[in-house]
Design a protein. Structure first.
Length: 255
C-alpha cells in the first residue's frame, strides 16, 4: 500500500509540474480557454490580455468569443469566470452558433444549465434555422431536452420549424426523447393553432369598439342631415324656377 501511495503522490507531483510547464506556453486568453489551463492561470492571462487591449466582446476570425470556445471544450470554471467578466452570453458566430449551441452540441448538461441561468436565449437560431433544442433532439440528448422543457417558452421552442420545416419532435430518433416530447405534443398543436388564428386576424378588419360605433353613427346622422338640407335647398331653387302650375305638379311628383 505504501508503495502504491508513493507512486500516486509521485504521479500527482509530476502531473502538477507538467501542467505548470504546459501553462507557461499560454500567451493568449484564447488558448487558455481552449486547453486544460487552471483557473488561476486563466485569470492571470485574462488580466494581461486586458492590459494589452482585450475586451470581453472581442471575437476571433470565426466570430467566436472566449465564452463560446470555453463552452465547446467543457471548461466549467472558466465559463463561470468569463460570465462574471461580462463576456456576451448570446453572441452569435458566423454560423449563427451561440455558447448555448456549443454546449448542447457536445452534450455538456452542466454548462447548458449554467448558461440558461445566466441569460442564454434558447430562441436564437443558427443559419439553418435550428434552435438549440433541435440539436438536442437530433442528437438524442435526453437530459438537455429535459432542461429545455422546463423553460417558460417551451411551447414556442417545440413549435418552431427549422429551415427544412422540421420541429424538434420530428427530428428526434431516440426512443426516450420521442416519449418525452410526445407528452407535450397536444399542447404544442393547440399553441400552433392559436398562433395561426392570431396571424390570420392580423389581416382582417379589427372589431370596432363602442366608442368607434357611436362616432360612426354620429357621422352618419350628420351626413343624412347635410343631404336633407341640400335636397330642401334644391327644391326651393326649383320652385323659384317654376313658371306654371303644371310645372309645379310635375316637380312635386318627381320629388
Amino acid at each position: 500500500m505504501s508503495k502504491l501511495k508513493l507512486k500516486t503522490e509521485s504521479f500527482a507531483q509530476a502531473a502538477s509540474e507538467w501542467r505548470t510547464l504546459f501553462e507557461q506556453g499560454f500567451g493568449s486568453i484564447w488558448a487558455a480557454c481552449r486547453w486544460p489551463c487552471s483557473l488561476e492561470k486563466t485569470k492571470e492571462v485574462f488580466e494581461q490580455a486586458e492590459k494589452n487591449g482585450y475586451k470581453p466582446s472581442d471575437i476571433n476570425k470565426f466570430g467566436e468569443t472566449t465564452l463560446q470556445i470555453a463552452s465547446r471544450f467543457h471548461r466549467v470554471e472558466i465559463i463561470q469566470f468569463l460570465i462574471e467578466k461580462k463576456v456576451p452570453v448570446n453572441h452569435r458566430c458566423v454560423l449563427g452558433y451561440t455558447a448555448l449551441f456549443e454546449a448542447v452540441t457536445t452534450g455538456a448538461e452542466k454548462i447548458v444549465e449554467i448558461l440558461l441561468k445566466n441569460g442564454a436565449d434558447p430562441m436564437l437560431r443558427d443559419l439553418h434555422g435550428d434552435l438549440p433544442i433541435h440539436v438536442a433532439a437530433r442528437n438524442g440528448q435526453r437530459i438537455v431536452l429535459k432542461q429545455f422543457l422546463q423553460d417558460e417558452r417551451v411551447l414556442e421552442m417545440l413549435a418552431h420549424k427549422n429551415g427544412k420545416k422540421k420541429r424538434p419532435y420530428e427530428l428526434s430518433t431516440k426512443l426516450s426523447c420521442v416519449i418525452m416530447l410526445n407528452k407535450k405534443e397536444d399542447e404544442v398543436q393547440k399553441y400552433m393553432k392559436e398562433v395561426e388564428r392570431k396571424h390570420k386576424m392580423m389581416f382582417l378588419a379589427p372589431e370596432m369598439s363602442d366608442s368607434d360605433e357611436e362616432k360612426d353613427e354620429e357621422e352618419k346622422k350628420d351626413d343624412e342631415a347635410t343631404e336633407k338640407k341640400i335636397s330642401d335647398d334644391e327644391q326651393v331653387q326649383n320652385l323659384d324656377n317654376v313658371n306654371s302650375l303644371d310645372g309645379l305638379k310635375k316637380m312635386l311628383n318627381m320629388a
